[in-house]
Design a protein around this ligand. Structure first.
Ligand SMILES: Cc1cc2nc3c(=O)[nH]c(=O)nc-3n(C[C@H](O)[C@H](O)[C@H](O)COP(=O)(O)O)c2cc1C
Length: 195
């Protein structure tokens, strides 16, 4: 599929048919993480793939009132290990005046987002729909415990993948409808910020 076509189809889908996604397709989707950029090639991104129905239902119970999450046949937790960045940036070729850099933004969070974007696009390329949700602070401890996610891996988001079902009932509820898409000039500046 052409990138333009993938981008035209790219939207968060919040209803899924129950048919499973073949293992090979899931493997192709998650292996895009190896193509994700990462600061200093730290490769701190970590994914966890969940397909088991009981676990998906348990996740749904922890999150509450998000049925589409456990309906999706595949959940991909997008995690990141911040320590990989500190390990990398304390190597001799990354030291600045003998010290680890001062981070302008948390590069590990940026890299997790980049990996998430590749997963969303790869899922569409495989002919599936995808959605993304956050795990809120109050749900984080039970969520990590259920999936045995180590303390040094932060959960940045979770992605649903599967065959799209009708999610039009969400249209009135989601930010997509309540928020207008901003004009490109509000988002993109040229040469120098402002008029
Ligand atoms: C970091 C992040 C967290 C999000 N969390 C949720 C969420 O918890 N639940 C949800 O339904 N959508 C979530 N979304 C999806 C956004 O609401 C969605 O991307 C936005 O409304 C634009 O719609 P579109 O992606 O379909 O174009 C999240 C998106 C991002 C990038």
């Amino acid at each position: 599929m052409e990138l333009k076509e993938i981008l035209a189809r790219r939207r968060m889908v919040r209803a899924y048919a129950p048919d499973p996604v073949p293992r090979e397709a899931i493997e192709r989707i998650v292996s895009t993480v190896r193509r994700a950029p990462s600061a200093g090639f730290s490769q701190g991104q970590r994914l966890l793939v969940v397909t088991g129905q009981a676990t998906r239902e348990a996740i749904g119970d922890i999150l509450g009132s998000r049925q589409w999450v456990s309906d999706a046949p595949v959940l991909i937790v997008v995690g990141v290990r911040e320590d990989d960045y500190h390990d990398r940036y304390t190597k001799p070729d990354k030291l600045v005046d003998g010290s680890e850099i001062e981070w302008p933004v948390p590069y590990w969070h940026f890299d997790a987002g980049a990996a998430a974007m590749l997963i969303l696009l790869a899922a569409i390329d495989e002919g599936y729909a995808a959605g993304l949700f956050g795990v809120f602070v109050e749900a984080m401890a039970p969520f990590k415990q259920l999936l045995n996610i180590p303390d040094d891996v932060a959960v940045t988001s979770c992605i649903t993948v599967g065959r799209a079902a009708d999610d039009s009932s969400w249209d009135a509820l989601t930010s997509r409808l309540t928020q207008a898409r901003k004009p490109v000039d509000d988002l993109v500046h040229w040469e120098r910020w402002g008029a």
